[in-house]
Write a protein that binds this ligand. Structure first.
Ligand SMILES: *Cc1c(COP(=O)(O)O)cnc(C)c1O
Length: 431
């Protein structure tokens, strides 16, 4: 498989080069030259496949010859070594729980897959790699955990000061070793802009071997297709599901769309957003107008200018009608999100996190208008990651899983930084 830049000013590359570069040298996102189609036999035997084999079958065409089959299968086995259960919540909706990985958020899959690919590609190399990544909350922890102790790789994480939850901050700032946290005095969009500027800075990239671990990196973006495969494996109804995806940077939803274009039986997608509504507004009007990010209680989705939107357009040949026929957008306020957490806990005994609550609510609104359909919503984080928001709503304590409890006594280590590219650059070259 070859990948081209969506800015069309850079040479095509294979999976290895796209993973190592992160972003194309012209500042564009890499996009696959062709979307593979699932064979009838793949679809017929979907339910019999083990998790690793399903992942392997879905990702293999995208990796091509860049990683031999045996090594790729081993990478898949490690990337998905936890559960992805589908659990009913109410009459017509079920939840796909994506929070059973080491940092309790769905980003573990992409981060684990990518770190192992990068480890494979640098296995003989002596060159030191710096992974530079911006996080709105969960990417940082997943990437830090995925890369902790990987030899030859340094990880530098930018996060918006005061805008991530306390568990998220602990996961970013307490690991040490090859992981450095930069606490940026700005928003996630500032962090993302600084990272993008670093990749586009040829003077910097000639001195440091930089790569990204955001969902702009194909090795983090593409494995998110697996979730949709696992959902379908457990789906017992004859009619395909509507799938509601809590969205910020739109990597996850766009990966789901890839699987759908490849032939996975999904009826429709619901883009579930908080007040950061650039994509729902586009779906209504046909005009995409990125805005400054607004802080909400579903903070991992506080993205005003979603990077992967351009990939969604490309997938649908930049045809608005085509995009609109596959995705419906909803924007859910913080008040409604909080009410949803309360009501679903009281009514169904199921505890949502704020991101899952946005998706649940968006799905209910869609299903209310489509009475013959059923849906799946993705629960992208464990509610304990947002206990500061969730516990007061249910007036109860969420038991701390061991993975979180062991972080509490550890000291926070971060480097506070202005939201300014030159400061970041000076810091990176002086390390
Ligand atoms: C990152 C994140 C999202 C948003 O995913 P995108 O792929 O950026 O749209 C949603 N929920 C949680 C918990 C996240 O960490």
């Amino acid at each position: 498989m070859l990948y081209y830049s969506l800015n069309h000013q850079a040479p095509v590359v294979d999976f290895r080069e796209a993973t190592i570069a992160g972003q194309a040298p012209d500042g564009g996102l890499y996009f696959p030259e062709a979307i593979p189609k699932f064979s009838a036999s793949f679809l017929n035997t979907l339910k019999e496949k083990d998790k690793a084999t399903l992942a392997f079958d879905m990702i293999r065409p995208y990796v091509g010859a860049a990683i031999p089959e045996e090594a790729l299968h081993a990478i898949c086995t490690e990337a998905v070594n936890f559960d992805f259960p589908l659990v009913p919540v109410g009459e017509r909706s079920t939840v796909l729980e994506l929070f059973h990985g080491p940092t309790l958020a769905f980003k573990d899959v992409g981060a684990r897959f990518m770190s192992r690919c990068l480890g494979y590609f640098s296995r003989h190399g002596s060159r030191h790699v710096t992974v530079l990544v911006a996080t709105s909350g969960d990417t940082g922890g997943a990437v830090a955990n995925g890369f902790l102790g990987v030899e030859g790789v340094d990880v530098v994480i930018l996060y918006p000061s005061g805008k991530v939850s306390s568990v998220q901050e602990l996961q970013l700032t307490t690991l040490g070793q090859n992981i450095t946290a930069l606490e940026v005095q700005g928003t996630f969009d500032d962090c993302q802009r600084m990272v993008k500027q670093a990749f586009a800075d040829q003077e910097l990239t000639s001195r440091l071997f930089l790569t990204s671990a955001n969902s702009i990196n194909v090795a983090r973006w593409l494995p998110q297709q697996f979730y949709y495969g696992y959902a379908l494996q457990q789906w017992s109804h004859a009619e395909p599901p509507v799938v509601a995806v809590p969205s910020g940077n739109f990597g996850n939803l766009c990966a789901g769309l890839l699987a759908y274009v490849s032939g996975l039986p999904i009826r429709h997608f619901v883009a579930a957003c908080n007040a950061n509504d650039a994509v729902p507004a586009y779906l209504l009007s046909g005009t995409f107008a990125p805005k400054a990010a607004i802080a909400t209680i579903s903070n991992a989705m506080d993205v005003g200018n979603p990077s992967n939107f351009t990939r969604i357009l490309e997938l649908f040949q930049r045809d608005y009608e085509h995009v609109k026929s596959s995705i419906t957008g909803y924007t859910i306020s913080d008040d409604t999100t909080a009410d949803t957490i309360r009501q679903v806990h009281a009514g169904h005994g199921y505890l949502l996190d704020p991101h899952g609550a946005v998706a649940y609510q968006a799905l209910q609104q869609y299903l209310a208008q489509h009475p013959n359909e059923r849906g799946i919503f993705l629960e992208t984080a464990h509610p304990v990651k947002f206990y500061d928001v969730v516990e007061p709503l249910i007036q109860g304590k969420i038991p701390l899983p061991p993975a979180v409890a062991e972080l509490l006594p550890k000291p926070k280590k971060s480097h506070v930084m202005q939201a300014d590219y030159t400061t970041l650059k000076d810091y990176l070259v002086s390390r």
